[in-house]
Design a protein around this ligand. Structure first.
Ligand SMILES: Cc1cc2nc3c(=O)[nH]c(=O)nc-3n(C[C@H](O)[C@H](O)[C@H](O)COP(=O)(O)OP(=O)(O)OC[C@H]3O[C@@H](n4cnc5c(N)ncnc54)[C@H](O)[C@@H]3O)c2cc1C
Length: 479
């Protein structure tokens, strides 16, 4: 390792490898640091590459166009037609997202780190990153420990933080108004999943569909989140759940239970009458795992002097689906390119780096605050209200539009013909109208995202106030 680079990318996961490739391809001298052994690159924790592995085709196409990375089989393990979301009573389903893939994460990890290396990045495994080096309130490098446990320090004009949800760089940034050090537990889902072979009993497509990624909304089985069954090759599934801490506690109190995440995952797997006889697939030690994922909008700013963040380190997963692969791909590719441009322009000020904020919002980020509102609203509904709402409140088209950030024109008057009945249903519908109004306000705020740091504080205050109101109005109420 040399002492000075143009750009250090911390973390060789999805965001990190693509950022390193994007930066190196555009002429920068790049160091890519990761703690894992190269044979286990991209592994998030001792539990493996814990993920549902599903990603929409549009993201795969984006990175091809943006930085020339072409992903093919066997990384793209199984192609799916879309994501089907089922109501708790399984009588309603909405088809979201369009075509996509179930990925082989360990294989993806190897392909993208090779791509970063071929693009010119220097990759160093076995390097734990412990924190940022700060000088004059700017990030000027990172420090950590190497394979032998010896301390190292290395400097760069820009550090790209792609260390995932528990980033040691982000947590140790000086207190500032651009990047938050932590994420509220209310905005985190605890998750777990198995990758397993199974014996198929029957062909009820509500439980397993070889051509679709299935999501089960069910506040008793997966309070504050959802359960999923995603098809994989060789007659395997990726099956798991995500739950929210407060919702689990409320659900347990109301149901007189003491279920933990681990217990709920097994209960969800047992509940499925089609996917039976699970045999955990221990290939790559990636068969069973638990980890966390954020379900809020990405951080209001993704840059700080000398610093850019991409992927889970910036809370980028989609607030509704928790899909973070696509955002990490988009952000990594964009961040790397802009970092290299900044180095070439000899301007690594926050003013220059700001274009990463605006570009990321353009490509993906501008809809996520609205989706965060919807997520908070959904967590306030019990199973009966979700069942009722999916049959009465929204058409499939309206629901799908919302997931893309397109807000439908629904009013009490326009839905008069839906003949809503029951006080709690009508109240839930009124709440939906209020949530939709708030989503519109959030989208409007994001359409006016400041084009320099100058207007940021005032803008951020409005977003935070709006989100605070939403959380006050819709507390979690799973059962
Ligand atoms: C159970 C579960 C299911 C999910 N399902 C889906 C899904 O189906 N579809 C989807 O799109 N998203 C899903 N996600 C989210 C998705 O997995 C993440 O958004 C994605 O992995 C983010 O990539 P990343 O590169 O930002 O971070 P990570 O994948 O977390 O990569 C971070 C990298 O940094 C390294 N690192 C961390 N700390 C240090 C350190 N201190 N020093 C050195 N290296 C370090 C790690 O080893 C790793 O290589 C799921 C998440 C979970 C937990």
């Amino acid at each position: 390792m040399e002492k000075q680079y143009d750009i250090i990318v911390a973390g060789a996961g999805i965001a990190g490898c693509l950022a390193a490739a994007g930066a190196a391809k555009n002429g920068a001298k790049v160091l890519l640091l990761d703690r894992n052994d190269p044979a286990q690159v991209g592994k998030k924790t001792n539990w493996g590459w814990v993920c549902g592995d599903a990603v929409a085709k549009s993201h795969i196409e984006f990175v091809h166009k943006e930085i020339g990375l072409r992903l093919t089989e066997p990384v793209l393990d199984v192609e799916v037609e879309g994501v089907q979301v089922f109501s708790p009573d399984l009588t309603r389903k909405f088809q979201f997202e369009g075509a996509g893939y179930s990925l082989d994460r360990p294989k993806l990890a190897k392909v993208i780190v090779d791509f970063a290396k071929k693009s010119g990045a220097e990759y160093l495994a076995h390097h734990e990153v412990e924190g940022p080096i700060i000088e004059n309130d700017a990030v000027v490098g990172v420090y950590g420990r190497d394979e032998k446990g010896a301390q190292y320090r290395v400097n760069a004009k820009i550090v790209i933080d792609a260390l995932g949800i528990a980033s040691t760089i982000r947590r140790k940034l000086p207190k500032n108004n651009y990047i938050e050090n932590t994420v509220s537990t209310d905005d985190i889902e605890s998750t777990g999943r198995y990758i397993a072979e199974f014996e198929q009993e029957g062909d009820d497509l509500r439980y397993y569909d070889p051509k679709n990624a299935i999501i089960h909304l069910n506040q008793k089985l997966a309070p504050g989140g959802y359960g999923w069954v995603f098809p994989k090759s060789k007659h395997r599934v990726n099956i798991g759940i995500g739950v929210e801490k407060k919702s689990i506690e409320l659900r347990n109190t109301k149901m007189g239970k003491k279920d933990t995440l681990h217990m709920l995952i097994d209960q969800y797997a047992q509940w499925n009458p089609v996917v039976k006889g699970l045999k955990v697939d221990e290939t790559d030690s990636n068969g069973k795992g638990y980890w966390s994922v954020t379900v809020r909008r990405q951080f209001d700013s993704l840059v700080y002097p000398g610093y850019m963040g991409a992927g889970d380190s910036m809370a980028m997963p989609n607030p509704i689906s928790a899909g973070g692969i696509g955002p990490a791909m988009n952000a990594g590719a964009i961040a790397g390119k802009i970092a290299a441009e900044a180095v070439a322009a000899k301007d690594t000020s926050i003013e220059y780096l700001w274009k990463y904020n605006t570009r990321y919002n353009e490509v993906y980020g501008s809809k996520t605050a609205g989706l965060e509102v919807l997520r908070v609203y959904l967590q306030s509904l019990n199973n009966e209200l979700i069942d009722y709402g999916m049959s009465k409140f929204l058409t499939e088209k309206e629901a799908v539009d919302i997931s893309y950030g397109i807000i439908p024109e629904i009013t009490l008057a326009s839905t008069f013909n839906k003949a809503l009945s029951g006080l709690s249903n009508i109240n839930a519908f009124k709440n939906l109208l209020s949530a939709v109004k708030k989503m519109k306000e959030m989208n409007a705020l994001y359409s006016k995202y400041p084009d320099s740091p100058a207007g940021f504080d005032a803008w951020k205050k409005l977003v935070n106030e709006g989100m605070h109101d939403v959380k006050q109005r819709f507390p979690p109420n799973p059962v």
